[in-house]
Design a binder for this molecule. Structure first.
Ligand code: BTN
Length: 329
C-alpha cells in the first residue's frame, strides 16, 4: 500500500523531484522508511533518481501488471476498481472464480505474468507465455437471466476488437463465437464461466487470453500455423501495461452499455457488425452434429440462425466454426 502511494506521488510529479519531507507527510512514514521503499521499488524495475537535498524523481516505470501501474489514471467505473496481480498462477479464471465465490466484487480483475494451466473453451488447453501473453480474468455481477450470458462474451469480443484497433491501428476479425483473428490466425480468445441458478446469474468470470509479444517460433507446433500475436502482425513490441489499460477501459465502457441496454440491444448489434457473421456460409460442429448453411441472423439469445440449402433453419448456440470466409479490413 505504501509502495503504491509512493509511486502515485512520483507519477503525479513526473519529471520533477519530490522531497522526502513531502512523501513522508503524504504517506505517513519516516524518511528512513521511504528510503527502504525506494530501494524496493528500484528492485522491481523502477528507475528513480535520488539526490540529497532534492528528493526523488521517477525516471522510468517498469512494464509490470501490478495494481500501481494498471490503476494509475485508469478512470474506469467498475472494471479494475480492484486488481489482483500474481507473478504465477495456474489459471486466472480458476482464481477469479474462487475469489468471486468468496464475495469478490463486480469488476474485480485477476492478472498474472505467468499462467501455467490456462483453460480454453470446450475443455481445451490455452497456452500462455511468461510476460509475452496477456492472461486475465474479470469477475462480473450483472443482474441477468442465464440466457443473456452469451452477450457477456460478445461484449468482451467487442472490447478486445476495439483495444486491438486502438493499440495497433489494425482491425482484427471476430470468429464466432469469440475468437479474435488477425491475418486469419488466432490472436486472442475468451472463456466465459458462470455461476448460475436456474433463473439468475450469480456471477460470471470472463477470461481473456491474448498473444501480445509472443514470437511465432514459441507457439507449440500443433497451433503454430493457426496462431499469431500482435508482435507478429505489427512487428512491434507492445507495452503490456498500455495494452491492458486500454482493454480494461474498453471492457468498462462496453459493460456499461451492457448494463444499460441489457445485452440483446446495442451489444448484439455492435457484435454482429464487427463479426460480419450474418450472410456467411458456415460449417459448424455443435456437440455431435454438423450444421452446414448460411447464417441468416443472430437471435436475442446470441444463437446463430443457420439456414441449410433446402431452407431448413437451425439455432446454434455453441460449437466450433470450421469453415468461414474471413472478411478482414
Ligand atoms: C479459447 O479461445 O478457447 C478461450 C481461451 C481463454 C484463455 C484465457 S487466459 C486467461 C483466462 N484464464 C484461463 O484459464 N483461461 C482464460
Amino acid at each position: 500500500m505504501d509502495n503504491e502511494k509512493i509511486i502515485q506521488i512520483l507519477k503525479d510529479h513526473e519529471g520533477q523531484f519530490v522531497s522526502g519531507e513531502i512523501i513522508s507527510q503524504e504517506v505517513g512514514i519516516t524518511r528512513a522508511a521511504i528510503w527502504k521503499r525506494i530501494s524496493a521499488l528500484k528492485e522491481m524495475g523502477y528507475v528513480i533518481d535520488a539526490r540529497q537535498n532534492m528528493g526523488y524523481r521517477l525516471m522510468r516505470a517498469p512494464d509490470i501488471l501490478t495494481p500501481s501501474e494498471l490503476q494509475y489514471r485508469l478512470g474506469t467505473k467498475i472494471v479494475g476498481k480492484e486488481i489482483r496481480y500474481y507473478p504465477v498462477l495456474e489459471s486466472t479464471n480458476a482464481e477469479a472464480f474462487r475469489l468471486a465465490s468468496a464475495g469478490g466484487e463486480d469488476g474485480l480483475v485477476v492478472v498474472t505474468d505467468h499462467q501455467t494451466g490456462g483453460k480454453g473453451r470446450l475443455n481445451r488447453t490455452w497456452f500462455s507465455f511468461r510476460r509475452q501473453s496477456i492472461s486475465l480474468s474479470v469477475v462480473l455481477r450483472p443482474k441477468i437471466v442465464p440466457y443473456l450470458a452469451t452477450m457477456l462474451t460478445y461484449m468482451t469480443g467487442i472490447a478486445l476488437y476495439e483495444a486491438i484497433y486502438a493499440q495497433t491501428a489494425m482491425k482484427p476479425a471476430i470468429k464466432w463465437p469469440n475468437d479474435i483473428l488477425m491475418s486469419g490466425k488466432k490472436v486472442a480468445g475468451v472463456l466465459c464461466e458462470l455461476n448460475t441458478e436456474t433463473d439468475v446469474v450469480n456471477f460470471a468470470v470472463i477470461g481473456i487470453g491474448l498473444n501480445l509479444n509472443v514470437r511465432k517460433k514459441r507457439f507449440p507446433e500443433e497451433i503454430r500455423e493457426v496462431s499469431t500475436s500482435l508482435y507478429e502482425e505489427t512487428k512491434k513490441r507492445l507495452k503490456r501495461v498500455a495494452f491492458v489499460k486500454e482493454l480494461l477501459r474498453q471492457l468498462d465502457y462496453w459493460y456499461g452499455v451492457f448494463l444499460r441496454d441489457g445485452g440483446d440491444g446495442r451489444i448484439l448489434a455492435e457484435w454482429k457488425d464487427r463479426s460480419k457473421i450474418v450472410g456467411q456460409d458456415v460449417k459448424i460442429r455443435s456437440f455431435n452434429e454438423e450444421i452446414v448453411g448460411k447464417v441468416v441472423d443472430v437471435d436475442s439469445y446470441g444463437a446463430l440462425i443457420v439456414e441449410s440449402k433446402d431452407g431448413e433453419r437451425k439455432r446454434v448456440i455453441a460449437g466450433d466454426l470450421e469453415t468461414f470466409v474471413l472478411t478482414e479490413e
